[in-house]
Design a protein. Structure first.
Length: 277
């Protein structure tokens, strides 16, 4: 039997973590490959990890055909729906998959002719799509997430470094924390991830604090004085200046935190060298 591996399809769904891959390998070695691999003609479209493990250990496996597709995009949409139906998929992964589905559908709609769109509209009246993916609300329904969570995942997809994406995908940090960190320059994101879970959470907390408005406190526990009122008016009338100062303070703070992490790593390295002498 000839089985073709299409790299685009193999890499379309996020890979398993090392822990997940080893757990799957142990299961296959103990119980065998119980679920059939799915092929589109000769191309493997579901079961890439199982196939690799079976090939490595000589484990027998079965295959079944799914010939309902006309293009790779059809296959990708099927793969997305297939993974969204699984309970083990994390919230972040569900959001990413739903956004990928939206991208494919939106691209198809742009490419359709007016005649095709009219035919589609007519068919939709007879057999409406149960889960259309057009707006953020609809994406949220497909993914089983809230609209704010979808917005945060979109931000992570666009701005996060691979290191930060891996941290949220592995469950080291929450979607909310990752979206906050994604606003930083790439080198600061990498430094925060290198610091571990606590460093990421602390950096996100610092960022949120610099963004939140500060309340004007009364003088002597009572009425505000003229200086306070003047300060409040200046803050109101010059938001751009305040925002610039806040950004500068945040950048300086995060740069210091990154430098601190580098110093810690250097100290650890020197300590190890001294211990070996």
């Amino acid at each position: 039997m000839t089985i073709i591996i299409n790299p685009q399809l193999r890499d379309y769904i996020d890979p398993l973590t090392q822990h997940e891959y080893l757990a799957l390998e142990r299961s296959l070695l103990k119980e065998g490959c119980r679920d059939a691999l799915v092929l589109w003609q000769e191309t493997l479209i579901d079961g890439h990890n199982r196939y690799a493990i079976c090939q490595k250990h000589g484990i027998p496996f079965q295959t079944k055909q799914n010939d309902q597709f006309n293009s790779l995009e059809d296959v990708m949409l099927w793969m997305i729906d297939n993974h969204l139906a699984r309970r083990s998929v994390s919230s972040f992964q569900r959001g990413v998959l739903a956004l990928r589905k939206k991208d494919i559908i939106n691209t198809r709609r742009k490419d359709k002719s007016s005649q095709e769109k009219a035919q589609e509209a007519e068919l939709a009246l007879k057999d409406p799509d149960p889960v259309p993916v057009e707006t953020r609300e609809e994406i949220a329904k497909v993914a089983g997430l809230s609209k704010p969570a979808v917005a945060q995942i979109e931000k992570i997809r666009k701005a996060a470094t691979p290191e930060l994406v891996e941290a949220v995908r592995a469950g080291t940090i929450s979607i909310n924390t990752a979206a906050t960190i994604a606003a930083l320059p790439e080198e600061q994101q990498v430094a925060a991830v290198a610091g571990g879970k606590k460093e990421l959470q602390e950096t996100a907390r610092q960022l949120r604090q610099t963004r939140s408005p500060r309340a004007v406190k009364p003088v002597d526990g009572g009425e505000t004085d003229n200086a306070t009122i003047s300060s409040t008016m200046n803050t109101t009338t010059a938001p751009s200046t305040q925002h610039a100062e806040s950004d500068a303070m945040r950048t300086e703070l995060l740069a210091l935190r990154a430098e601190n992490q580098e110093l810690k790593a250097r100290i650890a390295e020197l300590t190890a060298q001294l211990a070996s002498t």
